[in-house]
Design a binder for this molecule. Structure first.
Ligand SMILES: Cc1ncc(COP(=O)(O)O)c(C=O)c1O
Length: 459
């Protein structure tokens, strides 16, 4: 430990950070105005920094599923570094950890998804899948299939190609990446905001059929793939109506368009099944995995493709001109393997499905009676508490009012980390969260909402 209890050292580090560290998804002016909060330690479901201990109901960024600072993980890291600190996987070279991990992922993945390409981040996994989709269609003799269909409220990453898939205008426009006819945006299955007078299940079908409309307008012969998160996590834990996924899957099959499931958040148990494809009853042609693959202990991601796609890519062409220096890194692979072993031996997927997940859902949904809460959406251990200015009309607070940020701040000062996303408080706790911690979390959320309501009434 660095000894941040020494105020002078802490201030020195904060000064270095403010001067030299350009933070992701941060307003640099905020760093200029206030010293960064320095996290010093994390254990189990808690993080500690500057002598403050917080229950992390976001598991970092929805990744630390097995909890922080586990000794078994530290032991594996030491052993892997001592045994094989690095070697690449180019030119048909492998290492025991990467080989075992590829096999493990294939054994857990939905049927037919058996070939794994390793990268470092969720963005890279999605970017890899886009390139593999292009390659597949070219090697199949259908090079015109280039268009990608994404949805409003999506988040698929921060690389050049994945940025353009995001359903958030500033993320694209700030970099001059808007426009072009190779990426189309369809409606999100976000019933609360977009469903109008339709019942949720009717709207689920309508939202899936909006993707079909885009396919038909572009011409199916020009569409490479539809990419979609089973639950749109980053933009508000948007759980689609049950009717949505089977219909979207049917549409993609009917029009011979690849379906890419971005399971970066949902993969490895978050929704109470190993993959959200099982939760929502569909099968994708490709899937991206990242966060829960190593529980954030190492940067590693996986782009998983179907046997059909692998056969075309492998049999009809030469070298795969794509890869990263650290693809299949031994340390990251060893940590991912151990993480999966822990999830299996401690029965976390079953617990998210049948114990802690239902408990979390039942308790969190009690907040629906709060005047500020329009809807509470939950699947397994991912949830969105949607705020509403008018519960009946589902009218939102203007974002400038920062109501959701206020709820987040009020939770923070009471010892709880949540993630305000527009007008939704997102929660994505680690799988090891206890029933007592869920009670604490829901109590803090209610207090934070009450406090925010009082502030609104007095303003
Ligand atoms: C669904 C989804 N896809 C992709 C990404 C990008 O992953 P990364 O930040 O590891 O590049 C994220 C990150 O939050 C995500 O939530």
């Amino acid at each position: 430990m660095m000894g941040l209890s020494d105020q002078a050292i802490l201030e020195q580090l904060q000064a270095l950070d403010r001067m030299h560290h350009l933070h992701p998804f941060t307003d640099p002016q905020a760093v200029k105005k206030a010293a960064p909060f320095v996290i010093e330690q994390a254990k189990g479901a808690y993080i500690t920094g500057q002598e403050i201990r917080l229950l992390d109901a976001m598991a970092g960024l929805g990744c630390v599923n097995i909890g922080y600072g586990r000794e078994e993980m530290a032991d594996v890291a030491v052993e892997a570094i001592r045994t094989l600190s690095y070697y690449h996987s180019f030119s048909a070279v492998s290492n025991p950890y990467a080989a075992a991990l590829a096999g493990k992922i294939a054994s857990l993945a939905p049927a037919g998804l058996n070939k794994v390409f390793f990268a470092n981040s969720g963005s890279e996994a999605n970017e890899t899948l886009i390139k593999l989709a292009y390659l597949y269609w070219r090697r199949k003799g259908q090079p015109s299939k280039r268009i990608l269909i994404s949805r409003d409220y999506s988040y698929h990453g921060s690389t050049l190609a994945t940025t353009r898939l995001n359903g958030n205008a500033p993320m694209i426009e700030d970099f001059g990446l808007a426009g072009g006819d190779d990426v189309l945006q369809a409606t999100s299955p976000f019933w609360y905001r977009c469903g109008g007078d339709l019942e949720p299940e009717e709207f689920g079908l309508a939202a899936a059929r909006d993707v079909e409309k885009k396919i038909l307008e572009a011409g199916a012969e020009n569409v490479a793939a539809v990419i979609a998160e089973p639950i749109q996590g980053t933009m508000g834990a948007i759980v689609p109506p049950d009717s949505y996924w089977p219909e979207l899957s049917r549409i993609c099959t009917e029009h011979d368009v690849l379906l890419i499931a971005d399971e970066v958040v949902t993969g490895f148990g978050r929704t109470g099944h190993w993959f959200a494809q099982e939760t929502f009853g569909f099968e994708a042609d490709m899937m991206a995995l990242a966060k829960g693959l190593s529980s954030g202990y190492a940067p590693i991601s996986a782009a998983v493709i179907s046997d059909e796609i692998a056969d075309v890519i492998e049999d009809k062409g030469g070298v795969l001109h794509h890869g990263f220096t650290t693809s299949g890194h031994p340390l990251a692979s060893a940590l991912a393997l151990k993480n999966i072993e822990i999830i299996e031996t401690e029965g976390h997927v079953e617990k998210v499905h049948a114990d802690i997940g239902p408990y979390f859902s039942k308790k969190l949904k009690t907040l629906e009676d709060h005047p500020l809460v329009g809807e509470v959406r939950v699947s397994g251990l991912i949830a969105g508490v949607e705020l509403a200015k008018d519960k009946r009309s589902r009218e939102q607070y203007p974002l400038e009012a920062s109501v959701c940020n206020h709820v987040g701040q009020m939770a923070l000062v009471r010892g709880l980390i949540v993630r305000p996303a527009g007008n939704v408080v997102v929660l994505c706790p680690p799988f090891i969260i206890t029933h007592a911690e869920v009670d604490f979390l829901v109590g803090v959320m209610r207090d934070a909402l009450d406090e925010t309501q009082r502030a609104l009434e007095s303003s």
